[in-house]
Design a protein around this ligand. Structure first.
Ligand code: KG4
Ligand code: ZN
Length: 342
């Protein structure tokens, strides 16, 4: 079975081809990605209309590139998968429109995939894939959630952020520190030169006893520090970046360990853009080792948004007969879509 996956929920256009048998982990044959970072940089964030228009320009050339690289003729496709949500409505519609048109022309099923399901299954394409069940920590620009994952499509929400997402906390703090878009990686680079204990920043809900997160107060604390310091010198900026990163990472690590304790599971899967953060990886590795638990990550190239995770999730759903297929040729996207409802 050959599954083409198209991701267009935000600011990356991703297309990939996976091959799967009736059972066993699907194999990634080829993938191509176009990041819109340069397009949005001048605006300090993603401009939805520009994002949609750029997806329109990129999807077909990327799809041709992927099929050529895998030497797979268009007619050989068995399933065309796309990100159905959550994300920017216009951006989602581009991928959904193209995927559903292609599937209709080929007489094959089009499968709409939840973006976060793609992220949380993405470590199955790594050299060290997890086994079900596991706890998943999803940390992206729009979401921060802990899920109990029993199998594909069987997700139980354990806790989530009540305000900003972890990636958003990185991005907003980076903006306050005068760093450009995308803020998360820029803040992480600066943090490497700073002292994480220089500023005492809040760790909201650290001892709340539940598995929820809150990052809005941290952003306010960073703003207060920046104001207090006035003209921030380079070292102070690095110290504040390191202290911010440490505060976010502390909470993510503590709550992940609590989730493992509460569920009695010994595998943690971490996915979403923030998993690219080296400090988070190192701290999670340490904390999980101390608890006799294993941590699984996606391959570095699959940490941020990509088409491979969408093709993979579709293939794993087909293998289990868990497909929701819309009747006829109509389609819809779901800009807001809770994962536990899939
Ligand atoms: O999953 P993703 O690519 O897109 C969404 O679905 O949101 O995640 C993007 C988020 C952004 O907030 C970005 O700043 C953050 O991931 N991010 C990082 C790092 N790389 C990406 N945050 C901290 N450290 C990083 N190295
Ligand atoms: Zn994402």
């Amino acid at each position: 079975m050959y599954v083409l996956g198209i991701e267009s929920s935000c600011d990356e256009t991703g297309v990939a081809l996976v091959q799967a048998e009736d059972a066993g982990t699907p194999r990634l044959l080829a993938q191509a990605l176009h990041s819109q970072v340069d397009l949005h940089r001048d605006y300090g964030g993603v401009v939805p209309e520009l994002a949609s228009r750029d997806h329109i320009r990129r999807v077909l050339p990327l799809a041709r590139q992927v099929l050529a690289e895998a030497e797979c003729p268009l007619e050989a496709l068995d399933v065309v998968a796309y990100t159905r949500g959550p994300g920017l409505a216009g951006a989602l519609l581009v991928g959904a429109g193209i995927a559903c048109s292609l599937a209709a022309a080929l007489g094959r099923p089009a499968v709409g995939i939840h973006h976060l399901e793609g992220h949380l299954l993405s470590p199955f394409l790594s050299a060290d894939p997890p086994a079900f069940p596991f706890v998943a920590l999803l940390v992206s620009g729009g979401h921060t959630q802990l899920m109990r994952v029993q199998d594909v499509g069987r997700y139980e929400l354990l806790g989530e952020t009540i305000d900003d997402a972890a990636g958003e906390a990185f991005d907003k703090s980076a903006k306050l520190l005068g760093l450009g878009y995308p803020g998360g990686p820029a803040l992480a680079r600066l943090a490497a030169f700073g002292d994480a204990e220089a500023f005492a920043l809040p760790r909201p809900l650290l001892h709340s006893g539940d598995l929820d997160f809150s990052f809005a107060g941290l952003k306010t604390a960073v703003r207060t520090q920046v104001r207090k310091l006035g003209n921030v010198c380079e070292q102070e900026r690095a110290d504040l970046a390191a202290s911010t990163e440490a505060a976010i990472v502390d909470v993510l690590v503590r709550k992940s360990v609590s989730a493992l304790e509460k569920t009695g599971l010994d595998r943690l899967v971490v996915a979403g853009g923030v998993v690219a953060n080296e400090t988070l990886r190192a701290r999670l590795q340490q904390a999980c080792a101390a608890h006799g638990a294993r941590v699984h990550y996606p391959e570095p190239a699959l940490c941020t948004d990509n088409g491979a995770m969408i093709a993979l999730a579709a293939a794993m759903r087909v293998q289990r007969g868990r497909l929701e297929r819309a009747p006829g040729h109509g389609f819809e996207v779901l800009p807001r879509w809770p994962l536990e409802s899939v």
